[in-house]
Ligand binder design. Structure first.
Ligand SMILES: C[S@@+](CC[C@H](N)C(=O)[O-])C[C@H]1O[C@@H](n2cnc3c(N)ncnc32)[C@H](O)[C@@H]1O
Length: 249
């Protein structure tokens, strides 16, 4: 595939005698931080992630939304928000069983476990038939894919004709002084606080590393186009710290 982007991180960790495949490493990392993920997410983003997900929700509202797939669904904040649209069905897939377990507890408590169905599955090999969904969402998920282009073409495959994929992902602010402040926070404060609270020293150094290598803005929409999406858009949020990308089939 053209311009295929592979996750650039090295799977092998220092002092780790057994090198893991990148995907397995990512899965283990999320399994590990799952019980503390929600707290860390809202704390380290100072709650802004909630505002960003609501922006995704507003886009969803404007499109047919009976069948929804949330890829890299994790602890489910995006899928739970999507339930307010009263769709026929929502499916959440993720490679981390522990992240989905955390989501399942939330769904039970909110009585949403009948509407939102969870499946341990890979976003790069989606276990649904072609043309199944009106909307596909993924929030802070695609950056973790081993092969971004494979994941995007899978999303395109399972989307109905006319359906929309909405991707929320970290991006890189380009303007001074936000760029410098962001880099300082992301490279110094976030890994320090993240490792103290999550007790996983790798998880929050991984975050800035993975964002640093990841395509932003037009570079990202090029990947959407290569996967077959049309009418692609890119909307920077909060000085470009995150972006929402959309593409239709
Ligand atoms: C940063 S969390 C985001 C979770 C959730 N979407 C949210 O907004 O909070 C990233 C999630 O992507 C999942 N993930 C990583 N690679 C994946 C893949 N190839 N297929 C499915 N899920 C994946 C991880 O297990 C993790 O739950």
């Amino acid at each position: 595939m053209k311009n295929s982007i592979q996750n650039p991180r090295k799977p092998q960790q220092i002092n780790d005698p057994t090198p893991l495949a990148v995907k397995e490493e990512v899965r283990q990392m999320f399994d590990n931080i799952a019980p503390r993920y929600d707290f860390l997410n809202h704390f380290l983003s100072m709650g802004i992630d909630r505002i960003w997900r609501r922006r995704v929700y507003k886009i969803m509202k404007r499109h047919p939304h009976q069948q929804i797939l949330d890829v890299a669904s994790g602890t489910g904040d995006m899928a739970i928000l999507a339930s307010k649209l009263k769709p026929e069905a929502i499916f959440g897939i993720d490679i981390s069983k522990e992240m989905l377990n955390e989501q399942h507890k939330k769904l039970k408590a909110k009585n949403l476990d009948k509407l939102i169905k969870l499946k341990v599955a890979d976003g790069e090999d989606i276990p649904f038939e072609a043309n199944s969904f009106d909307i596909i969402t993924t929030a802070f998920g695609v950056r973790n894919f081993e092969n971004l282009d494979l994941g995007l073409s899978e999303m395109h495959r399972v989307l109905k004709n006319g359906g929309i994929t909405i991707i929320l992902e970290f991006s890189k602010p380009t303007k001074t002084p936000v760029k410098q402040l962001y880099q300082f926070y992301f490279k110094n404060i976030l890994p320090f606080l993240g490792s103290k609270i999550s007790k996983n020293s790798h998880a929050y150094t991984y975050l800035p590393e993975s964002v640093g290598h990841f395509p932003t803005g037009e570079a990202f929409t090029e990947h959407l186009k290569n996967a077959g999406f049309r009418n692609t858009t890119s909307h920077p949020l909060t000085f470009g710290i995150a972006s929402i990308y959309t593409g239709q089939k």
